[in-house]
Design a protein around this ligand. Structure first.
Ligand code: FEO
Ligand code: CA
Ligand code: CA
Ligand code: CA
Length: 701
């Protein structure tokens, strides 16, 4: 590949070898397991229920063809990205404008080959520029980044660590000016602080810097004529840091519940900080939704919590038989006692929510929406049903956990009045929370764990949305509505939801209305546990599920589904690429985040490529003869996860968040596995990618 496609790095140091040690069922290193998920894979999956695997259920169902026909009906739907704010053009208008055209347009780029380079690798004809790195200024007056002189006060004004989900919100309908909103999912202390060993010896400054490196950043960005985006710090009234200490409010039916009260907050409505913000969503009224995922890893002292609380803590992956986790102990409670569950057992109940934020209002108090349930939220994709009610699809990213849906009681108001804004900010407080039960339509004997398609030619079937609660009404026997909202996993267990292979991001195709779910992997699924939606045991590569609610209406209580992709090396007979010729597709492993391009092609960001290569972005044709054609668009540097996957409304930039570069077991600041992007040590950063060759400027097609 031409050198111009590789972000230049000066490799001044000998790099650690890439250690693929097989954690997570993917290639993520032990360091990833420790920090990102609180070493989730080293423990039994927290879902110990007997909820059925689908192998023993077979019913007549919607065929795959039926699913696709239903998808074509296409209700008004808002999908990923392309938000527009403050300009009079609603996000809905942007999504349904000319930006979404030409179904099935061919993916025009040359696929990037799998590789292990310490670089962001693009197809020929594309260019890149780092927009903002960990430690660079977000707020005016932020000191210049100095890895040897970090302070909590500086970090609170600088770009946080481990940039994950990215939103771009165009300002005043301009294509060259907007707000970049970025999640900072977690911190890798070994890669942040020289000489760091563990939470046992973490200093107070290190803990407080890490807390300030969590949360979100809001940064005004401007595009130059050359295509490069640059942050605007001085003069921007929008720039903001949100951290693990930012005051927030709990809203909705569980706000004020006894389960949410602590010594610091007798109201059960006020909470500090948002933790482990993974992916998210965009609302049609211009706010963003950020998802609190592996919040369990920040807590210690579960062994001293009241006995009655322990099963609930354990169901969320918090150790209850030891003071601290065996791996990945962060030591936060040493300097911030609310993270000590022996002293404050309810503090954990105040995290694990979808948080709504208006990035256009720097004074906006973030709102934790209890009506959308509490679990390890991956994200919340918002669409509108035909009657204007809001639908949010949500994954719970844990092995054997569930897919959820929320439907608001009231329709969205589309006028531009203040009353409409107030109304729309109540939509995520009043509604019904559902969990998904999926049924396969092939005989269980034909789902044998080899990945061989059943005789009807598809892993497919039907499903139902089981209501868990609406307002103060619980539909789960033995649980109050408050219990359903705060201990949602336990409610879904009782409801008999289907245990899935780590449900990650869910996105609705703005062109067709079909819903896509990334199921990233599941190393723990046994042969006897395979079912039609999760057809492989010891699933290292994941699958992508296509779902259409009955009548293509998000308020429906039933749906049809099929597996679009069963991922892996195409030469592996257990893989499936929607029937497309497997000799012509890129290998793909561990789908995580999803998006759509101008032609309605599905884009996939991967996390944990278990095929031995770096993660990346992939595009998949969904319609016509190329349905199932997967092409790799880019790859990210050694040890990193491909995040962001956000397009500008004109589709001329895609934002790439390179999360945890160099996250390899044994790596440190002084012994880095990656030196991306600057050549000395690794720094998470957000990159803008654009098409620099002559001809079309649209990404991908
Ligand atoms: Fe943060 Fe589900 O990945
Ligand atoms: Ca079938
Ligand atoms: Ca991710
Ligand atoms: Ca992930």
């Amino acid at each position: 590949m031409p050198d111009s496609n590789i972000e230049p790095t000066t490799q001044r140091r000998a790099l650690l070898p890439f250690l693929a040690d097989g954690h997570s069922g993917g290639s993520r290193s032990a360091m990833t397991c420790i920090y990102r998920c609180g070493n989730a894979c080293a423990h039994p999956a927290p879902n110990t229920t007997e909820n059925e695997y689908l192998g023993d259920i077979a019913t007549a169902a919607v065929s795959r063809r039926g699913v696709l026909q239903a998808a074509g009906a296409g209700a008004l739907v808002l999908g990923t990205g392309a938000g527009s704010l403050l300009g009079g053009q609603s996000a809905a208008a942007a999504e349904t404008s000319g930006m979404v055209t030409a179904p099935g347009s061919e993916l025009s780029f040359k696929a990037v080959a799998p590789n292990k380079l310490d670089a962001l690798v693009l197809p020929p004809g594309y260019s890149q520029h780092v927009i903002i790195r960990w430690g660079e200024a977000v707020l005016p007056g932020a000191p210049a980044f100095d890895i040897d002189n970090q302070t909590p006060e500086a970090q609170a004004m600088q770009f946080g660590y481990n940039n994950d989900y990215v939103w771009f919100l165009a300002l005043r309908d301009r294509d060259d000016l907007g707000l970049l909103v970025v999640n900072h999912e977690y911190t890798n202390e070994e890669l942040m602080f020289r000489g760091y060993t563990s939470g046992d010896t973490a200093t107070e400054d290190q803990v407080r810097i890490a807390q300030m490196a969590h949360g979100l950043s809001v940064v005004l960005v401007r595009r130059s004529r050359g295509g490069e985006w640059r942050p605007v710090v001085n003069g921007s009234r929008y720039n903001r840091r949100i951290t693990a200490q930012t005051p927030m409010r709990l809203t909705g039916p569980a706000a004020g519940s006894d389960f949410l009260k602590t010594a610091l907050d007798s109201t059960g409505k006020n909470v500090l900080g948002t933790l482990n913000n993974c992916a998210g969503g965009l609302t049609p009224w211009g706010t963003i939704l950020t998802a609190e995922e592996n919040f369990n890893q920040y807590f210690a002292g579960g062994d001293g919590a009241p006995e009655a609380d322990k099963p609930r803590l354990a169901r969320y992956g918090i150790p209850t038989t030891s003071f601290k986790p065996a791996f990945g102990y962060r030591g936060w409670e040493k300097y911030d006692e609310r993270f000590n569950l022996t002293l404050h057992p309810n503090e954990a109940n105040r995290h694990g929510y979808i948080v709504e934020i208006d990035p256009a209002d720097p004074g906006f108090t973030p709102l934790k929406r209890t009506a959308l349930g509490r679990f390890k939220h991956e994200g919340a994709d918002i669409s509108l049903a035909s009657d204007g009610r809001v639908v949010a699809y949500m994954g719970d990213d844990e092995r054997f956990d569930y897919l959820y849906k929320y439907v608001s009681d009231e329709p969205m108001r589309t006028d531009q009045s203040r009353g409409a804004r107030r109304h729309n900010l109540t939509l995520l407080d009043n509604g019904t929370l559902y969990v998904a039960k999926l049924t396969g339509n092939s005989p269980p004997s034909e789902i044998d764990g080899t990945g061989t398609l059943p005789s009807d030619g598809a892993f497919d079937g039907t499903g139902e949305w089981i209501a868990l609660a609406q307002g103060s009404t619980s539909f789960v026997e033995g649980m109050t509505a408050e219990e359903v909202y705060v201990f949602t996993r336990l409610a879904a267990d009782k409801a008999g939801a289907t245990k899935m292979d780590r449900p990650e991001e869910v996105q609705t195709n703005p062109r067709t209305g079909a819903v896509y779910l990334a199921l990233t992997n599941n190393s723990a699924r046994q042969v006897v546990q395979v079912d039609e939606p999760n057809p492989r045991p010891f699933n290292r590569h994941g699958q992508v599920l296509e779902l259409v609610d009955a009548g293509s209406d998000g308020t429906a209580l039933t749906f049809g589904w099929n597996l679009l992709l069963v991922c892996g090396d195409p030469s592996d007979p257990s893989t499936y690429f929607a029937g497309f010729d497997k000799s012509k597709v890129s290998p793909i492993s561990c789908p995580d985040n999803l998006g759509f391009d101008a032609a309605g092609n599905l884009w996939i960001a991967t996390d944990g490529n278990a095929l031995g290569s770096n993660d990346g972005f992939f595009a998949v044709s969904l319609e016509g003869p190329n349905r199932g054609l997967v092409k790799q668009f880019l790859s990210v540097p050694v040890g990193s996860e491909a995040c962001g996957l956000e397009f500008t409304p004109d589709m001329q930039t895609v934002f790439v968040a390179v999360q945890h570069p160099g996250e390899v077991t044994g790596a440190s600041v002084d012994n880095p596995a990656s030196v991306w992007p600057d050549g000395e040590y690794a720094r998470p950063a957000v990159v803008g990618v654009w098409r620099s060759a002559s001809g079309s400027k649209r990404i991908g097609v």
